[in-house]
Design a protein. Structure first.
Length: 159
């Protein structure tokens, strides 16, 4: 039920989905979708995996930007000095996305197309880190950071 008591049928949902897809392909729609994505991420903040990725970058002392936008996409971290994007790949990259109704194969294809677009349009390579890889970082970060404490430089949220 919606707030006014109307129940959306599958046909209504399909029509709304089709309209949103068409709108998101227009210049105005692309700009608004990008703003909505930025606002949603700003409201929720980085994920646990993204925070682990940022800690790894801090340990190595690389200057980086978080949530850097390369229209129409954003990357979790961008290292300007290397012109390199880094992604913290959560479970949906390996299991599909239940809330978007996508399968593992669909998510993998979307990621492949996105990375190809970023490489072609911006000459930007994207490196992906799995949850398993990043879950080893916090222990490494604590040990290394406690020993060196040298004050690393970060350029956060310059997008």
């Amino acid at each position: 039920m919606t707030k006014k008591g109307y129940k959306l049928t599958e046909e209504h949902r399909a029509n709304i989905s089709t309209a949103m897809k068409a709108y998101s392909q227009t210049p105005e729609g692309k700009a608004n979708m990008l703003k909505m994505k930025q606002a949603a991420h700003a409201a929720t903040g980085p994920t646990k995996l993204e925070r682990a990725l940022y800690r790894m970058l801090d340990v190595f002392g690389w200057e980086y930007e978080t949530e850097k936008f390369f229209s129409p996409y954003h990357v979790d971290a961008y290292i300007p000095g290397l012109h390199l994007a880094l992604e913290a790949d959560g479970f949906y990259h390996f299991e599909g996305s239940p809330w978007k109704g996508t399968t593992l194969e669909e998510e993998a294809q979307k990621t492949k197309e996105r990375d190809a677009y970023l490489l072609e349009r911006y000459d930007l390579q994207v490196w992906h880190f799995t949850a398993e890889q990043l879950n080893t970082i916090p222990m490494f970060v604590k040990e290394t950071h406690d020993e060196s404490r040298s004050g690393f430089t970060k350029a956060r949220d310059k997008g």
